[in-house]
Design a binder for this molecule. Structure first.
Ligand code: GLN
Length: 242
């Protein structure tokens, strides 16, 4: 059984980011891979090493301030789990929280968990719009699409980007990098939610989680014509070759 932890589902759910958990679990269920979701809320004690997939969604500055202290109480367990290959998807605010700090427009700094070597500064101009990114999964390049809306501009210090921006802003609108990737932790600014119209990324994460758990990681193909069409339409709209 794959155990999924959905962190702060009521606080970090901007733009329907919970759809990422639905996409992950449905694509498991359609393949008869047993999967169970645990919702972890503010104040809960969480043993991250007990999970196979962790999802952290996006939130406003206010929510991030609220839960940064809560999450910092369990940083050791999360750090150990990520070092041990826990598959993580962290979107926008959830992504920012894994870094060193998030500096808000008024200059106040929300301390991050310091797990990923990156930091975020929030400016006056928000980065908003549809985005296309080229990422590489198991040696294969794919184009993913999503929607960004963030004031924070993230700068990677020692961690690799998730991919290269083909259209849109990405991490900061200047270095053409989007997201971050460290071991099996995938971070991105892409809402949408990200996974439903990027099935190859979802399946890659499922396969990594199965492999880490010692389960058969063969991923039976599904009919993704609808998802691919949605992705392709957005690439076309952004003037990016499919
Ligand atoms: N509050 C953060 C920012 O504005 C994250 C926003 C989000 O999660 N979409 O950058």
């Amino acid at each position: 059984m794959l155990k999924v932890c959905h962190l702060y589902p009521d606080l970090l759910n901007l733009y329907g980011d919970r759809g990422n958990v639905l996409a992950f679990t449905r694509r498991c269920s359609w393949r008869h891979i047993p999967v169970q979701v645990y919702q972890a809320n503010l104040g809960d004690k969480i043993d991250f090493e007990n999970f196979d997939f962790l999802f952290i969604g996006g939130g406003s500055d206010r929510e991030q301030t609220l839960l940064a202290a809560d999450l910092s109480r369990q940083v050791d367990s999360l750090k150990r789990a990520i070092e041990d290959g826990l598959v993580v998807l962290a979107i926008c605010g959830g992504y920012q929280l894994l870094g060193q700090y998030y500096q808000m427009p008024d200059g106040r700094k929300i301390p991050g968990l310091g797990i990923l070597d990156l930091h975020t500064h929030s400016g006056s101009k928000r980065l908003i719009g549809n985005v296309a990114v080229e990422i590489e999964l198991a040696g294969k390049k794919i184009k993913v699409t999503g929607f960004e809306n963030h004031g924070g501009k993230t700068f990677l210090n020692g961690v690799a980007p998730l991919g290269q921006v083909l259209s849109g802003n990405g991490n900061n609108g200047t270095d053409h990098q989007e997201g971050a990737r460290y071991k099996n932790a995938f971070c991105s600014y892409l809402h949408g939610p990200l996974l439903p119209k990027n099935p190859a990324l979802t399946d890659h994460m499922i396969s990594l989680a199965l492999e880490r758990k010692g389960m058969d990681s063969t991923i039976v193909p599904l009919d993704d014509s609808f998802e691919e069409e949605a992705n392709g339409k957005m690439l076309e709209r952004l003037g990016v070759r499919r």
